[in-house]
Design a protein around this ligand. Structure first.
Ligand SMILES: Cc1cc2nc3c(=O)[nH]c(=O)nc-3n(C[C@H](O)[C@H](O)[C@H](O)COP(=O)(O)O)c2cc1C
Length: 177
């Protein structure tokens, strides 16, 4: 079949969604923020960096993120039934890097040590972030190689003025101007 968009100037070339390179290239052009998802399990803090965090519903207030089944940290967070989200500011790339690395003490690294305070739930949230949300897990949905997590917001900060850390085309980015 002929490409229906040929000549429209909208879609240049049709790609196969099972072509993982093409899939990553396309979706990597959808810019996101970066957040930490954290939890407290038996008094021990855990956390990962995510770019899949997004708002879902205003009434009731629901947010979501996707956790890879390959994650070692996610099952620990899931078992607590709760999580907190810290929205990273543009100068917090080093924190994101630590929270994406395996085999490091994510809360004890020089880039992250003493930078956390407790949300109302007791879960650590990052000082200097653009805001935080305390959530309870309300639904889990199998989503291919990820689990889609829906959380009800039980407490949150006011927004702090500042500029966000962005993720774009597989790398960190910042707003210009
Ligand atoms: C910018 C960025 C965004 C990420 N987003 C996600 C995400 O949305 N979901 C996810 O499961 N992992 C994401 N990761 C990977 C995790 O941060 C982490 O590397 C991974 O969970 C492995 O650590 P773990 O085994 O302790 O979970 C992201 C990493 C980076 C650097």
């Amino acid at each position: 079949m002929a490409n229906p968009h040929a000549g429209s100037g909208v879609v240049t070339e049709v790609a196969d969604p099972t072509d993982q390179r093409a899939y990553r290239d396309l979706l990597g052009g959808y810019v996101t923020g970066v957040a930490l998802v954290t939890a407290l399990a038996d008094g021990v803090p855990h956390g990962v960096a995510v770019n899949s965090f997004t708002s879902v519903s205003l009434d009731p207030p629901l947010v979501s993120f996707c956790a890879a089944y390959s994650s070692g940290t996610w099952p620990v967070i899931r078992d607590t039934g709760r999580f907190a989200v810290s929205i990273l500011a543009e100068d917090q790339e080093p924190v994101s890097r630590v929270f994406a690395r395996r085999g490091v003490d994510r809360f004890g690294d020089p880039a992250t040590r003493d930078r956390f305070v407790a949300a109302p739930s007791g879960i650590p949230i990052l000082r200097g972030s653009l805001g935080w949300l305390d959530c309870t897990i309300t639904a889990l949905h199998d989503a291919g190689d990820h689990e889609l997590v829906l959380g009800r917001v039980t407490a949150m900060s006011r927004a702090v003025p500042g500029r966000p850390l962005l993720y774009f085309r597989g790398g960190y980015a910042r707003l210009e101007g």
